[in-house]
Design a protein around this ligand. Sequence first.
Ligand SMILES: *Cc1c(COP(=O)(O)O)cnc(C)c1O
Length: 246
Amino acid sequence: MSVDSDTRKAELAKSLAALEERIDAACTAAGRTRDEVRLIAVTKTFPALDAALLADLGVTDVGENRDQDAGPKRAEVAELRPEAALRWHMVGRLQRNKARSVVRWADEVQSVDSERLVDALAKAVHVARDTGDREHPLDVLIQVSLDDDPARGGCPLAGLDRLAGHLARVGDLRLRGLMAVAPLGADPAEAFARLARAGERLREDHPNAAEVSAGMSHDLEQAIAHGSTCVRVGTALLGGRGLASP
Ligand SMILES: *Cc1c(COP(=O)(O)O)cnc(C)c1O
């Protein structure tokens, strides 16, 4: 390996260790065990080599927010580390016309927020399985909006039952739970508590929808305190993305 990639690997190892300490401490404070919380490394804007180095360090899940970057990045990581078994998650807003492309690289889509998107994904998975471009059904999370701001994506809590019912009726998709981003400028703990209650209600009708994806670099402690089963961490692990990036 090159000197550059050795340096980067050491850097990532250090931030991963610090992050693991935070997650451990948050689990302990909440009376939960570490294995109840998955870590998704959000590698958006970072190169494929970073994802490969994270896989070397034991990371099992990566997240991306742009279809056009993620497909090629997954292919590049497969060349760099043919033996690595990373799971790839789509965590960003998704246009319906990207459904066919996203189902070729994503193991899970966490940002499903409309019936039209559900239909487009179901159709795309069906076609991809027919043509051999995909083996398994697609795991999906419904992204809920905790601030009812349509610009930030997510299904309003009031529409959750209906969307979940629709999702459960189409083939090729498996409803695994909920995802949310804390509202800007508000108390994340209060928002994550609402998300947890929505998850409990959802499981009355959809017992397998046990996942609650919540918590990012700056609010993962509050999310774990309120039952998050999946934190999505970019900056705290990989560094800043700069002002121009999403
Ligand atoms: C970028 C992003 C993250 C990671 O955010 P950080 O603050 O860098 O940890 C998590 N979730 C989603 C949906 C994102 O777009």
